[in-house]
Design a binder for this molecule. Sequence first.
Ligand SMILES: NC(=O)c1ccc[n+]([C@@H]2O[C@H](COP(=O)([O-])OP(=O)(O)OC[C@H]3O[C@@H](n4cnc5c(N)ncnc54)[C@H](OP(=O)(O)O)[C@@H]3O)[C@@H](O)[C@H]2O)c1
Length: 293
Amino acid sequence: MTMPPSVVITGTSSGIGRASALALHARGFTVFAGVRDLADAEDLRATSGGGIVPVRIDVTDAESIATAVAQVEAATGMAGLAGLVNNAGSGAPWPMELVPLQVFREHLEVNLTGQLAVTQAFLPLIKRARGRIVNVGSEGGRITLPFLGPITVAKHGLVSVTDALRMELRPWGVQVSIVEPGATRSRAPVKLVDHGRRAVAELFTARGRADYGVTFLHVIEKIAAGHERTGSPPEVIARAVVQAMTAPRPRTRYPAGGHARLLTRLRRVLPDRAMDALFLRMLGVDRASSTGV
Ligand SMILES: NC(=O)c1ccc[n+]([C@@H]2O[C@H](COP(=O)([O-])OP(=O)(O)OC[C@H]3O[C@@H](n4cnc5c(N)ncnc54)[C@H](OP(=O)(O)O)[C@@H]3O)[C@@H](O)[C@H]2O)c1
């Protein structure tokens, strides 16, 4: 009897990762569901009849990655790994003038360096299966909104990592794609507002609060409200992940959900200042500064 193909997904405790784990399992994959706390994937394991296997992965912790690789290798043997979905990510909004450099570095670690660390560690198993890598980027890897700089810098970097890997891994038949979600309904928008409020109250300097506080909170609340209003359910993004993992000839990029397709198209045709004006208007920033909203 042949074993079903196996995939590893990071960040499956909620949102897009969790929806992707369920969708790939439904397509017949054995899913190694990466979580920082194994209890977070217990219900996934319980409902899947053993087809979803929780595995502890913190993408910033080399030891947890190495342990996960050993566990997956023991389970997959010579068949190797058919796919890796680098989905884990998190971000807090900050004005670029104020973001503490340590916080900026942590954003790169969780959203960019961590994805490469996981990829490097699993590549021997992926090459064995001529498998696939699917990075979960963001429309924020193509466009930049004010105050989301620390996360969008990392997502822009992930586009480049994806492009480099795709060309470099061609000799091994390893396909590499990026799924680029637009606004998606998950815990992320709530976390964004919580982080933002806490930063203004506890971490901004008095000067920073005076310079940015009102506009900053106005913008992130507007972004979060937009996610709630027009965001896609995570299952929409999970469908793109499944396509990238199963299409006979996968596309290099999958803009998915929200306004991802529209915004990335606009980015290609509009000059920078026109994009700036569009975003500032959309976010009501001019109004906020002139009326003290
Ligand atoms: N929601 C959106 O609108 C949106 C838009 C564009 C792109 N994305 C991208 O989609 C991906 C999934 O986000 P989501 O919206 O589904 O948000 P989410 O529900 O907050 O899920 C994020 C996942 O990443 C995990 N994670 C965070 N830090 C980690 C670390 N150091 N190591 C391993 N796992 C870690 C979280 O685990 P814990 O539970 O342990 O924190 C959680 O499982 C992210 O890469 C995000 O940037 C989301």
